[in-house]
Design a protein around this ligand. Structure first.
Ligand code: 1GP
Length: 243
């Protein structure tokens, strides 16, 4: 099981774990939170990664059988201990390193480890403040109030052959991706759309899913308060039961 199973009919939930921000104790705490077994995926990755990725993957695997997907900040974040790898193509930017450079470095290792790879058109938005991913990628984000630009970028990603899109507000963003952007993009493309960044309340999660997102990614909100997982699971399941 990996992101290959994500479809345009889904409303799924992923929790993002940044190896630089966790230790054994915080991972224990997270996986004892109510509802954590009902999450769909665990994403692992970060903008810097000083800590050992394999060590964090081992700690997570001890706690759960949920699919673990690497959400890489760069070409060094690869491990055979994960179930899948998101090959991020930063299509909102014009930095060739994040369009093909890191990919060339990563590809032989991914092939060697035989990890399922999902090509992902990664679109960073300016959602109120400069985030780590904006800074580290050295790219200009898309404006969060211009759906036409978001749609044009998303369509280009789909036409180039991306299997899915990720609309990124950035970890710790002031606010999540606006509903009008999610609606415009999900109406325009036929591939699954992932949305993440800045979701801290059940209402925000509700708005992201009901605007059409197929997978919501939450990092900070759960890292600060693992009990938030059960709220997110409830919002997702309420929406699914209404379908
Ligand atoms: C970042 O979209 C993710 O890549 C999650 O962001 O930490 O703000 O939830 P948050």
């Amino acid at each position: 099981m990996h992101t290959g199973s994500l479809t345009v009919k889904d409303k799924k939930l992923a929790i993002l774990i940044d190896p630089d921000k966790v230790d054994e104790q915080s991972i224990d705490h997270l996986f004892s939170a109510s509802g954590i077994d009902k999450v769909n995926y665990i994403l692992v990755g970060g903008s810097l990664l000083f800590n050992n990725l394999n060590y964090t993957l081992d700690l997570i695997r001890k706690q759960t059988q949920l699919p673990i997907i690497i959400f890489p900040g760069n070409a060094f974040q690869i491990s055979p201990k994960a179930d899948a790898f998101m090959m991020l193509n930063l299509i909102s930017g014009r930095n060739p390193d994040f369009l093909i450079g890191h990919h060339v470095m990563a590809a032989p290792k991914l092939k060697q480890y035989n990890i399922p790879v999902r090509s992902t058109g990664y679109m960073i938005f300016d959602c109120g403040k400069i985030t780590s991913v904006q800074y580290m990628s050295n790219t200009t984000p898309l404006p969060d109030h211009k759906p036409d630009l978001a749609v044009a970028t998303a369509l280009a990603g789909e036409m180039i052959g991306m299997q899915q899109l990720y609309l990124e507000a950035g970890s710790g963003a002031d606010h999540p991706i606006p509903e009008q952007i999610i609606k415009a993009v999900t109406n325009a493309v036929k591939i699954p759309v992932i949305v993440g960044g800045g979701v801290r309340t059940p209402e925000q999660a509700h708005d992201v899913w009901s605007s059409g997102a197929n997978l919501l990614v939450v990092g900070n909100g759960v890292e600060r308060n693992p009990e938030f997982v059960s709220d997110l699971v409830k919002v997702r399941d309420d929406l699914l039961s209404k379908k």
